[in-house]
Design a protein around this ligand. Structure first.
Ligand SMILES: [Zn+2]
Ligand SMILES: [Zn+2]
Length: 320
């Protein structure tokens, strides 16, 4: 929640509100994407050369998978850039929700990776296809584990700092690649004692990735549907309304939150004495809207209701 008293009148430039914060965010995002792309390109080069030298088709296939991972990082950065475009005529609430689209796309890629591991695992168990790795291939796989996990850690770190779900999902992709390499390495010695163990590991990892992809989908879907404000936000708004006009019993209620990611709106109802003029009632609502904008960088729209309510003149209110 961006609390920014001095710049409340300005357009929201980042999740924390100020321009320098936005620049720091941009830099963090850029370095996270750069690390992911460089890491994957280097791994691709290493795996491809190792695959060709050792004649391992599996390592060569893995190399191409690693190169394709660059695509999801590009989706993340394109979504990030697009989401930060300022509001325009077609999109008066800004473009923040485009980030939900890029997060969803990264989730689709996670499903694809899971499907690949699942197929591999099932084939290993039921068709007993066993991939034989040479020394060079094993070393390449072993080296890729810390590299991929490092990329995952960095993505998680930046995603948490700048609160970016697409980058977090991409981090899970890195981690799932690291886990698949762990499974391959573990499968090599275990395979000699337990038939089908490497296949079982691959299936287990695919299920883990499916769980992460499903969680990503659920979060994005929930944000698209529109969510209730947090208890904290409801409390903050209620307190702010009551503190701004302590003499009036405004009874703020039906607080609704419209989250455009880069821009937030709330709507709420307040109760005012019936004998106030329209001008006075407007003055109260306008002041509250300004205070909420200055305090929380949230654009508020307030409906005023008269008290006591007039039986036949009042519009029924669902009051959810
Ligand atoms: Zn991958
Ligand atoms: Zn009401």
């Amino acid at each position: 929640m961006g609390k920014n008293a001095s710049k409340g009148m300005e357009m929201r430039t980042s999740s924390t509100g100020t321009t320098s914060d936005a620049m720091k965010e941009n830099r963090a995002m850029r370095s996270a994407i750069l690390v992911a792309i460089l890491g994957n390109v280097l791994l691709f080069g290493g795996k491809y050369v190792a695959g060709v030298i050792s004649g391992s088709v599996a390592i060569q296939a893995d190399a191409w998978h690693t190169l394709s991972d660059v695509l999801t990082s590009i989706i993340v950065i394109v979504g990030y850039r697009f989401a930060r475009k300022p509001a325009d005529h077609e999109h008066p609430f800004g473009h923040g929700r485009y980030e939900l689209v890029s997060t969803m796309l990264v989730g689709v890629f996670l499903f694809a990776v899971a499907a690949m591991f699942l197929r591999q695992g099932v084939m290993q168990i039921f068709e007993h296809t066993q991939i034989h790795y040479g020394q060079l291939a094993i070393w390449t796989i072993a080296l890729s584990i810390p590299v991929k996990e490092g990329m995952a850690q960095y993505a998680f770190h930046v995603a948490k700092r700048i609160n970016n779900p697409a980058l977090r999902a991409d981090g899970w992709h890195h981690r799932s690649d690291a886990l698949s390499s762990v499974a391959v390495l573990m499968g090599i010695p275990i395979e000699q004692w337990f038939w089908g163990m490497d296949g079982a590991l691959a299936i287990g990892i695919s299920l883990l990735i499916v769980a992460v992809a499903l969680r990503t989908f659920r979060k994005v879907s929930s944000a698209i549907a529109g969510e209730a404000p947090s208890k904290e936000l409801t409390q903050h708004i209620t307190d702010t309304v009551n503190e701004t006009f302590p003499a009036l019993n405004l009874q703020p209620h039906r607080i609704r939150w419209h989250n455009y990611i880069q821009h937030q709106e709330v709507t709420l109802h307040v109760v005012l004495p019936r004998n106030l003029t329209v001008g006075q009632a407007f003055g109260v609502a306008e002041r509250l809207e300004r205070v909420i904008r200055e305090k929380y960088n949230i654009s508020a729209t307030i409906r005023v209701e008269p008290t006591p309510p007039h039986e036949d003149a009042d519009i029924p209110d669902p009051e959810i």
